[in-house]
Write a protein that binds this ligand. Structure first.
Ligand code: SF4
Length: 110
């Protein structure tokens, strides 16, 4: 007998959060760095992207997606690629508490 309850849900459910993202109709260049971008201009672009993420209703899902897939580029869930690497290095257990993750980034390492 087949165990249909063990099959994964529809793929659309997994991605549905993206349709509610605050960045949906924005230029993706705000979230992904162009070739050669460095220093102050990179910081300004990332901070602008983070401000969009701060008011995004699906921020937690976005951050969890980027961390779980080891997304290598861009600002996702309000975290830069560098910040996501730091979170992963220190250990990420799948939690959706983005404020908790932010607090970890600002707390000096023990
Ligand atoms: S958290 Fe940021 S990158 Fe993720 S969907 Fe929302 S606005 Fe877009």
């Amino acid at each position: 007998m087949a165990h249909f309850h063990r099959l994964p849900g529809p793929i659309a459910d997994i991605w549905a959060w993206q349709h509610r993202g605050a960045c949906r109709d924005r230029d993706s260049a705000q979230f992904f760095h162009p070739d050669g971008e460095r220093g102050a201009s990179r910081g300004r672009r990332e901070n602008a992207a983070k401000r969009v993420c701060e008011r995004c209703p699906v921020r937690a899902q976005c951050a969890a997606y980027a961390l779980s897939t080891r997304e290598p580029y861009g600002v996702w869930g309000g975290f830069t690629e560098h910040e996501r690497l730091q979170i992963l290095r220190e250990g990420w257990s799948g939690e959706l508490d983005v404020r908790g993750l932010e607090a970890r980034l600002t707390t000096p390492s023990r």
